[in-house]
Design a protein around this ligand. Sequence first.
Ligand code: CTP
Length: 151
Amino acid sequence: MKTIITYGTFDLFHVGHVRLLRRLKKLGDRLVVGLSTDEFNKVKGKEVIIPYADRYEILMACQYVDDVFPEDNWQQKRDDIIREKADIFAIGDDWAGKFDDLEDIVNVLYLPRTQNVSTTELKTVLRKIDQDKIDEVKNVASHLTELVSKL
Ligand code: CTP
């Protein structure tokens, strides 16, 4: 039984996440995910849109994921790797070199990210839709004001 361990937020679950999880699962038999809690995301400087319980449910429903546990601090990785009997620690290459210190207990791999998709980008699109709607409402309001002033 070869176990792979990874970490992440997986907010607004997207195709980049699916592809990463698929590649991770192919590295062994069992894939476990340390899912960053909402509080820990704040420590990381991220505000999540989807709460932990829902992100947990989504990940658990993914056919490549065997188990999910909470990640709530930077120091827990060693204990998790030992508890889960992980053989490989793998994560996207936006973290390249960051976890090399774990090499003494686990094989550390950085996989290439899927290009042109990220939670950050999706949040930007959502904010733009929001702003477009606000602009539209302001426009209608100003037309109405103009009409009323002519009555
Ligand atoms: N990931 C990936 N390809 C992408 C986006 C993410 O392979 N296009 C990987 C990351 O490298 C990480 C995992 O998916 O190993 C979880 O990443 P996460 O930070 O939750 O997602 P991002 O979309 O990168 O979120 P953000 O934009 O907030 O950093």
